[in-house]
Design a protein around this ligand. Sequence first.
Ligand SMILES: Cc1cc2nc3c(=O)[nH]c(=O)nc-3n(C[C@H](O)[C@H](O)[C@H](O)COP(=O)(O)OP(=O)(O)OC[C@H]3O[C@@H](n4cnc5c(N)ncnc54)[C@H](O)[C@@H]3O)c2cc1C
Length: 463
Amino acid sequence: MSVERVASFSAPAHVHTLVIGGGACGLTAALTARRMGRDVLVLERDAVPSGSTALSSGLIPAAGTRFQIARGVADGADLLTADILQKAKGRTDVAMAHAVASMSADAIHDLVDRHGVQFELVESFLYPGHSVARMHGTPNRTGQELMAMLVAAADNEGLDVLTNAVATTLFVTADHRICGVEVRRPGGARERIGCRALVLACSGFGGNQPLVGRHIPAIADALYFGHAGNQGDALRWGEALGAATADLSGYQGHGSVAHPHGVLITWALMMEGGVQVNAAGVRFANEHAGYSEQAEFVLSQPGGIAFNIYDERLHQLGMEFEDYRSAVKLGAIKSGDDAQALAYQLGVPGDALAKTLQHVDATAREGAADAFGRRFDPDKRLMPPYRGVRVTGTLFHTQGGLVVDRHAHVLRANGERFPNLFAGGGAARGLSGPEASGYLSGNGLLTAVTLGRAAGFSASSLN
Ligand SMILES: Cc1cc2nc3c(=O)[nH]c(=O)nc-3n(C[C@H](O)[C@H](O)[C@H](O)COP(=O)(O)OP(=O)(O)OC[C@H]3O[C@@H](n4cnc5c(N)ncnc54)[C@H](O)[C@@H]3O)c2cc1C
């Protein structure tokens, strides 16, 4: 990845808006710029656009949508902003958090009304830190389904998406204007494409182990569960261009990926009454603090392993999620009529697990808080027969990146805008601050679709 400084630039092909990356951010940006009448080209390194978006659960928080209003959910940009800031302990850009929250409902409505994405409000549980039901998901709650809908929208619009196209070099003039990009095609051929505006939607650096080791050493040895093609290209170009960067130590982790099956087990199980124990059958953290920070807690247990313990009621909740249904098919989910029987299936000490569940039940009956600060709900007590699954902690995606303003303009280190460079999603600084614990569920796709849409509008406004 490199940046070449040029006095002038010519290329056999030229488009108005060039977008690097065909995930949620890139396709949202491209669809928006296309709608504004611009000729747009998306460059995607893979043969089929997927990105981390296709690996995700596809759940996007938004405040004040008509889906919430129809269900009587009172929400708004101020409340979503407050939740984002509370989770990040105030260590993010307050104005950006408010700007993104304010754009969230329009972003969801556009995806539904203009691009045919079938969102519904997820009401069966709340993720940690969200005050009200505001997650919007496709019927099967998978990012694959979301991506399929975005790709179908791109097809319907006749949007040009060049696949097997790795952007390698940006060409920039002395006045910080990006004039074109070099692309590597299969077989090593190189092509140059000129542009009026460039949108960086090529996500973060989770797939680049040396970069993760430099910026987030605590999670560098963990399994990376995001898209392998996210190599930090936006960050590397941005640094070479003199862009401002922030929160490079921030990331979304997850403390619940079935191991060795490699399937995400929804955190809804924990939010609705489930617990995690280690190989000794003992709890070790407050599961309600958040799944992102739980990754490091799980990894610090013996063997980097934990076990999710829950019951039949929560098993049925899990069955709403396609990932969970796959885990069932793969045989990852174990069951037992009582704690001893489940412990045998999971290979943890039966007496210890029974004691843990007795203690959890006593705490739940009292509606009390435990030693980790988790408050158990008497209406959500775990009842035999029990279910359980062996899990590990993973890195999902990085949250640090290029500093952008509310219009998705990338900012230089001196605070000025690059005249025609935009970024969103994983390429841009997120809203979670410098730590994994600052990640409010959904911050990833939230900035992908809101800043992607903003980038599409801003790019298309350039003449
Ligand atoms: C298992 C999992 C579950 C998740 N669940 C959720 C969730 O429910 N809700 C949520 O909000 N977030 C979730 N996330 C995070 C979310 O997936 C990301 O924040 C989001 O997908 C980022 O979107 P994006 O468009 O920026 O990046 P991506 O979707 O990763 O797209 C980036 C694209 O850029 C391409 N690319 C990279 N470099 C180049 C290059 N040089 N040239 C050309 N193309 C390039 C990549 O191939 C990729 O297709 C989850 C993540 C994981 C891993």
